[in-house]
Design a protein around this ligand. Structure first.
Ligand SMILES: *[C@@H]1O[C@H](CO)[C@@H](O)[C@H](O)[C@H]1NC(C)=O
Ligand SMILES: *[C@@H]1O[C@H](CO)[C@@H](O)[C@H](O)[C@H]1NC(C)=O
Length: 296
């Protein structure tokens, strides 16, 4: 029965239209389909030729990677920053930031400080006097806070320092801008003051950020004589200036930590400034404390 039905249908169609008409129909639809598909593919390749397509995908990825920012909190930032740095040492923890500030920023800071320089002073141990410590620190300097700088440069730099240390700005002292002339130096010392030597401290310097404002032709390196703790000789002759030496380069930054995470002084953070042999050294120092600045 079924077979018979089908057969009859087939018979009916070919009888009614005839084989040539059916073939014509088929060819017509085939051609239309062919033309449309040709159009579409031509259209796509016109808008995005293959090499361009790949390139734009790469660019998109690059942009995503560059700007790989997540949703952020109220106090966060909307984009990813690139601040290059090099770990100079883990003992003590010291980081180097090439081109932390621009040349123009450095020059502006020097010009601001120049007119207010005074001989640098020292924190004194029990029994020490200004006279007995003469020659330990021979630079000239001045203090200036970011808010006193009307150009806004110190504000920018302070913000950037807070960012790389992740210690809020109000833990920082005012900038200490220093000038070392030929022969001037700072004997090796700690920035954190050991309570055993200096008496109880209301707060401690945790970290120090040095922004070199000038190149120095010769000498003037920041030196860590005990770096890695291999040669910890307390009779060490600072004039020899040996250890890890960091050559000042205009605009570059040096950050090191004087305290361990547990708050005790890192004996390897002993550091000094080698005498300037040729040229002049300018540096802006930011000392960062363990307490907010209203508490010290
Ligand atoms: C990165 O994100 C910031 C903030 O959303 C935006 O202003 C900037 O245009 C983005 N940069 C790129 C290269 O997409
Ligand atoms: C503090 O940390 C340093 C370094 O990890 C460690 O050598 C020292 O013993 C610690 N001091 C105290 C009191 O925990």
């Amino acid at each position: 029965m079924m077979k018979g039905n089908k057969g009859r249908h087939h018979h009916y169609w070919s009888k009614k239209l005839g084989l040539p008409v059916v073939l014509l129909f088929c060819s017509f639809f085939f051609l239309v389909g062919f033309l449309i598909s040709g159009f579409i593919s031509q259209d796509i390749s016109h808008v995005r030729p293959r090499p361009r397509l790949l390139k734009s995908i790469e660019e998109e990825r690059e942009r995503e990677r560059e700007n790989n920012s997540l949703s952020h909190g109220n106090t966060g930032e909307s984009s990813v920053s690139l601040i290059p740095f090099q770990v100079l040492s883990w003992k003590p923890r010291a980081l180097y930031f090439p081109s932390f500030a621009t040349s123009e920023q450095c020059e502006s800071i020097i010009n601001m400080a120049k007119v207010q320089l005074k001989p640098s002073t020292l924190a004194l141990r029990k029994g020490e006097t200004v006279e007995s410590t003469q020659g330990v620190r021979t630079s000239s300097g001045m203090f200036i806070s970011a808010s006193e700088d009307k150009t806004g440069i110190l504000d920018l730099i302070e913000q950037k320092i807070a960012k790389v240390t992740m210690i809020p700005r109000n833990h920082g002292e005012a900038f200490n801008v220093l000038r070392y002339e030929i022969g001037q130096r700072y004997q090796s010392h700690y920035d954190a003051l050991d309570p055993e030597e200096y008496g109880p401290q209301k707060s401690q310097r945790v970290a120090s950020f040095l922004l070199y404002l000038s190149d120095v032709e010769e000498g003037g390196e920041t030196v860590f004589p005990f770096e890695n703790g291999e040669y910890m000789d307390w009779n060490y002759d600072f004039k020899k200036c040996i250890g890890l030496k960091v050559k000042p380069r205009k605009g570059d930054g040096l950050l090191f930590y004087s305290l361990f995470p547990n708050g005790t002084v890192d004996q390897l953070s002993l550091h000094g400034s080698c005498p300037v042999i040729k040229g002049e050294k300018w540096v802006a120092t930011k000392w960062i404390r363990d307490r907010e600045n209203e508490f010290y």
